[in-house]
Write a protein that binds this ligand. Structure first.
Ligand code: ADP
Ligand code: MG
Ligand code: ZN
Length: 602
């Protein structure tokens, strides 16, 4: 568009204009003396003015100054009806009018400014476009890169430690490989696949692996590329991206960091970001507009599925949602092995020990450790990476600023293991509890560990006994801490607030307290908008409120002691489960049964 010669010409022009401007202003200020109107008038009266030319916004002429020298002067005229009369009386020989400082000049001046403005803009754009390696006029084109699959092919073999996620992606691969098979049967596949999980767990890698496995075109772009400063650019980029993919079907479109465009609309103060909203709308239109039969799958990844706009998650859009979790000890071992293939390692290295020492580390961290260890070994002029290099790399990583929050000390790990074991064992021991699916001490979000219970069937009614059991399970984490360490930590605060909320509901909503009776004190939440003064609580006596408080306290305390007693009675099981957890990090329901059985037989 703009070649080098043209650009040089523009620079010359700008320079010339600048110099001309400076010269002009210098010249005029040198030659002409600016004087106040009063001085002009007094000079006129004392007969020193020889020549005057008057225009609407300027008077200039010749006069003799105090030292008797002839000078050119300039002054701003005032509304002076007597000027002509005064000039006649003073005997000015030569006075005349001039057209309003030549409209031509002012037009030219304005055009000059506009020109400069346009040129500056042009340069900014030009630079920007150059940096993007693109032409200035291709704003609306998607920046999506088309991956050359033959060059660096990623397959499922390169991704480890997330077997379940891989399993779920396999039928997507199968579909992309032979879409005909699916076409003839007439079934529709999900057209949108959303990978979610903490940063560095391998979401981007998995998406590339799907393309690699299926051997189809892979268009990758990042959500932030769609959020430009100009409204409409993002939307047209989305359109362009889908068009390119359609021309190359079968293909995968991958949008990394989907949350950059897909954030909940109206979430910000003062309404949505217009550009982002348009982009999101365009994305939704495209998602609805193509059939998976066309051989296109849209994949996206995000660390923040919680902030996504609900519209994206509606049926028919990102139907397949795949969690890519933080790896457990077994997963970490697999990931370490994958990356160890890329460097020369001492054969004697025990990778299992490394996996043990890196709780909470994600794939990206582990890849980093291996890489770092190779650098450390190279610095020492070694031929192979040795165990001590890996140890050094781990230490370096743990000490790193962003890691500190995620690293769990051995002591904390023990506390978390007992806490979670407490939940799991009480859930196992109490009847009416949902079966324990698995227990893990791998941190997820703010939680340091969790116990996952899955209901056997959908249920719409819950009995009082069931709620009480649930309360005991919730409080069992804290109870375990108390039984084992004689002390409690802050780790249970979420359990406590949940338990308290449950107990409150029992008393005030479900009428499950004999002392308070079968009444509901529930506030109608739809009236919250009316403001506090309007929704008056119905007039319950202070005594009722006191009873409620007492009842809630009693229920929570009872449930807590129940949990504590169960744990004291089953302390051997608690110890065993906690130590198993420390070792394996994740223990599933059947393994817990096994532990209980073994200890009961012994
Ligand atoms: P995410 O997109 O989830 O933030 P990435 O896919 O960008 O994570 O991971 C960054 C790098 O970390 C990858 O290129 C790979 O080298 C390594 N990595 C992450 N997860 C895994 C894994 N599960 N298996 C093997 N390597 C992984
Ligand atoms: Mg990523
Ligand atoms: Zn807990």
């Amino acid at each position: 568009m703009i070649n080098k010669g043209m650009r040089q010409l523009l620079i010359w022009m700008l320079g010339f204009m600048l110099i001309a401007g400076i010269y002009n202003s210098l010249k005029s200020s040198q030659a002409q003396k600016d004087i106040p109107y009063s001085e002009f008038k007094s000079s006129l009266k004392s007969g020193k003015v020889a020549k005057v030319e008057v225009s609407a916004d300027l008077i200039h002429g010749e006069m003799v100054d105090k030292d008797g020298k002839k000078i050119n002067f300039r002054t701003i005229p005032l509304a002076d009806a007597n000027l002509v009369k005064d000039m006649e009386e003073a005997g000015v020989k030569d006075f005349s009018g001039a057209p309003d400082r030549s409209w031509m000049t002012s037009v030219l001046l304005n055009i000059g400014w506009i020109l400069i403005f346009v040129l500056v803009w042009w340069f900014i754009f030009f630079r920007q476009a150059q940096m993007g390696g693109k032409q200035a006029m291709s704003f609306g084109k998607s920046k999506a890169r088309q991956q050359d699959l033959k060059k660096n092919k990623v397959t499922f073999k390169d991704v480890a430690g997330c077997e379940e996620s891989k399993e779920e992606l396999k039928d997507i691969v199968d579909y992309l490989k032979n879409p005909k098979k699916y076409k003839t049967l007439g079934g529709t596949l999900p057209k949108g696949v959303l990978l979610y999980g903490p940063p560095g767990t391998g979401k981007t890698l998995l998406a590339r692996a799907v393309a690699g496995e299926a051997g189809v075109e892979f268009f990758t772009s990042s959500g932030s590329e769609f959020v430009e400063m100009f409204v409409g650019v993002g939307a047209s980029r989305v359109r362009d991206l889908f068009e390119r993919a359609k021309r190359n079907a079968p293909a995968i479109i991958f949008i990394d960091e989907l949350d950059a465009v897909g954030r909940h609309r109206f979430a910000g103060i003062g309404g949505g970001h217009d550009e982002r909203e348009q982009t999101l709308n365009q994305l939704l239109v495209e998602l609805d507009g193509f059939e998976s039969k066309e051989g296109i799958i849209l994949m996206a990844a995000t660390n923040r599925p919680d902030v996504l706009d609900p519209a994206l998650l509606r049926p028919g859009r990102f139907d397949r949602r795949i969690n890519v979790p933080v790896p457990d000890i077994k997963g970490r071992l697999e990931i370490l092995k994958v990356h160890a293939r890329k460097v020369i390692m001492d054969e004697g290295i025990n990778m299992e020990v490394l996996a043990q020492r890196t709780p909470g580390f994600v794939g990206a961290d582990l890849a980093n450790i291996i890489n770092e260890s190779a650098i450390i070994a190279a610095k020492k002029d070694k031929k192979k990476v040795e165990f001590e290099d890996l140890e050094e790399a781990i230490e370096k990583m743990i000490a790193g600023p962003q890691r500190r929050t995620r690293v769990i000390s051995e002591k904390e790990k023990k506390i978390v293991a007992y806490h979670e074991s407490g939940h799991a064992i009480v859930a196992k021991m109490l009847k009416d509890c949902d079966p324990v699916h698995k227990v893990t001490i791998i941190p997820r979000g703010p939680a340091l560990g969790y116990t996952m219970q899955l209901p056997k069937e959908d249920r719409y009614l819950t009995s009082k006994t069931e709620i009480l059991s649930r309360l005991s399970v919730l409080l069992a984490g804290r109870a375990a801490e108390e039984v084992i360490f004689g002390e409690v930590t802050t780790g249970a605060h979420d359990d406590l607030s949940k338990a308290t909320a449950y107990a409150q509901k029992m008393v005030t909503e479900f009428g499950m307290s004999e002392k308070v009776g079968p009444i509901s004190l529930k506030k109608d939440e739809s009236e919250v908008f009316l403001g506090r003064d309007i929704i008056r609580q119905p007039g319950y006596s202070n005594e009722t409120y006191r009873n409620i408080d007492e009842e809630v306290k009693r229920i929570v305390n009872d449930a807590y002691f129940k949990a504590k007693n169960i744990l004291i009675e089953n302390k051997r099981i608690l110890d065993k489960l906690a130590s198993t957890l420390m070792e394996k990090e994740t223990v599933d329901g059947s393994e817990i049964d096994q532990i209980i059985q073994n200890l009961n037989v012994a």
